[in-house]
Design a protein around this ligand. Structure first.
Ligand code: ME8
Length: 506
């Protein structure tokens, strides 16, 4: 493998519950980026997995009447299946109950202890099991966590991490690395939290045992977030810092997370790492929150949408496209069936699907099923081809900033240009009186569709692959480097088939 390394991760999901569209969203976005980077020649390592320790999972296992390990084995499998269902191209799947991870977490702990970053003390404060987080009295809202979760008073002998010591370093780190936290609104939020003052953080618990035992003091288990964050190191071989993967992939290029877990990733994580002498990840992107049909997703409302239900109903590429196109990535938004159907029938079926279907069937009918040879290009042809050929550098910028919606807008901008061009050039009329010009127009369109299909692969991999099959493009000519090699006149094309069916509402 060659190419510059690119390491990206999703959060590891708690196994207390089944996957829903919120989890699918983060994973799909990360997958689109992983696919983009691979197509762009990068050597990608894409990690996802499950977070299996802590009080929340322990409680869920008890409620299900099974031991925590069997419970984790079962629920982790559901997240793996969600990955398959959403066509996720992860390179590794980590579970925090795996021996490799216990070893890495304990090694990080020992490193922190060796550097005197951890000390034994007495904790007294509020804890929310749902958030697996400690809160200050001043942070509580009507006696609950700011997230609305119940809190309980905890008094225990705990190990503490000297978080307060890292306050100035963190602020300086944010200043020196303006791209470390995205989007900007999250960066401001984190900076004002840190400026508000950091207290040392309790990093062990003794009131339950479902966790990684603290080295040398096994009546303590590690705080689930210290254990969980370490997964990003485990997967690249930590503590073996001489391993090929560690050297190649650490520090990670991107941790993709939801906005609910920014503090853990942007405050605690870089502080733990710096304290252990390990470089911080380059970037954390915290995306927004989905509501469903105008309501917060919650167990009590029973409105969690399992990804399988949507994929069965609309198709996997359709759901992936909707998720990444509908919301400006980073903002909150609402998931409604109406909005999904509008995107599918509008952008996919009418605009892109129809364009491809029209052009490929005209080539089938009027050119003996072979890509026609173009004559001299007219200005309108040149304009369309230039728009298609100019896309990659533009969408590279957007993917680099995780602005998936803007990348798709750009691609679909050229879909719209191509549709306008078909209408203006009217190749069906040229078929009757100027077959040479018709050949040039259909060639221009076939080449444009090839660009669009190659560039759409990260988001709609299956449909794009079917389009590239219909353009008879060999599998080794589908990456971004292949954009420069125009489709060969005379290429025999198979019979076209629609790739984006309309949703017919009953
Ligand atoms: O926090 N909208 O796991 P978790 C958008 N184990 N995204 C959503 C969402 C919604 N309504 N609901 C969930 C944890 N998500 C920890 C992470 S990482 C070292 C440990 C997504 O199962 C979003 O990415 O609660 C959010 O950050 C994540 O699921 C939380 O998953």
């Amino acid at each position: 493998m060659s190419g510059e390394p690119y390491y990206l991760t999703t959060p590891i999901y708690y196994v207390n519950d089944s996957p829903h569209i919120g989890h699918a969203y983060t994973t799909v976005a990360t997958d689109a980026l992983a696919r983009f980077m691979r197509l762009d020649g990068r050597q990608v390592f894409f990690l996802t997995g499950t977070d299996e320790h802590g009080q929340k999972v322990d409680k869920a296992a008890r409620a299900a009447g099974v031991d925590p390990q069997s419970f984790c084995d079962r629920v982790s499998q559901n997240f793996r299946e969600m990955g398959r269902l959403m066509n996720i191209s992860n390179d590794d799947y980590i579970r925090t109950t795996e021996p490799r991870h216990i070893r890495a977490s304990q090694a990080l702990w020992e490193e922190l202890q060796k550097r005197d970053e951890i000390y034994l003390g007495k904790f007294a404060g509020w804890y929310s099991v749902r958030d697996e987080a400690f809160f200050e009295e001043s942070e509580l809202v009507d006696g609950k966590a700011p997230t609305g979760a119940e809190v309980e008073w905890v008094e225990e002998e705990n190990y503490f991490f000297r978080l307060s010591k890292w306050q100035d370093w963190l602020l300086d780190h944010y200043e020196r690395n303006p791209d470390f936290i995205a989007p900007r609104s999250r960066r401001n939020e984190v900076m004002s939290f840190v400026r508000g003052g950091l207290k040392d953080l309790s990093v062990s618990r003794t009131s339950f045992s479902w966790g990684v035992p603290v080295p040398g003091d096994p009546k303590h288990v590690m705080y689930v977030w210290l254990d969980a964050l370490t997964n990003y190191l485990t997967a690249v071989g930590y503590p073996d810092i001489q391993s090929e993967n560690y050297k190649r992939y650490w520090p990670a290029d991107l941790h993709m997370v939801g906005k609910d877990i920014v503090r853990f990733h942007c405050v605690y994580w870089p502080a733990f790492l710096e304290a252990a002498g390990i470089p911080s990840p380059k970037r954390v992107f915290a995306h927004g929150w989905w509501t469903v049909e105008g309501q917060k997703m919650s167990k009590s409302l029973g409105n969690f949408i399992p990804p399988k239900q949507l994929v069965d109903e609309y198709g996997v590429d359709q759901v992936r496209y909707f998720m990444l196109r509908e919301l400006p990535f980073g903002s909150d938004g609402d998931f409604s069936r109406r909005a999904v159907i509008n995107r599918i029938n509008g952008d996919l079926a009418n605009d892109f699907g129809n364009l491809a279907q029209r052009v490929l069937s005209m080539i089938g009918r009027n050119c003996g099923g072979k890509v026609p040879a173009p004559g001299a290009f007219a200005p309108a042809d040149e304009t369309l081809l230039a728009a298609a050929r100019g896309l990659l550098p533009k969408i590279r910028v957007e993917f680099g900033e995780q602005a998936f919606h803007r990348a798709l807008e750009l691609i679909w901008g050229v879909v719209a240009d191509a549709n306008r061009y078909v209408d203006e050039q009217a190749p069906w009329a040229l078929a009757r009186n100027d077959t040479a010009r018709m050949g040039t127009v259909l060639y221009t369109l076939a080449e444009t569709i090839r660009h669009l299909a190659i560039l759409a692969q990260p988001v709609v991999p299956m449909a794009a692959a079917r389009l590239l099959d219909q353009l008879a493009q060999p599998v080794d000519r589908r990456d971004f480097a292949a954009l420069a090699q125009a489709i060969a006149p005379g290429t025999a094309l198979p019979k076209p088939e629609g790739v984006f069916p309309r949703i017919v509402e009953g």
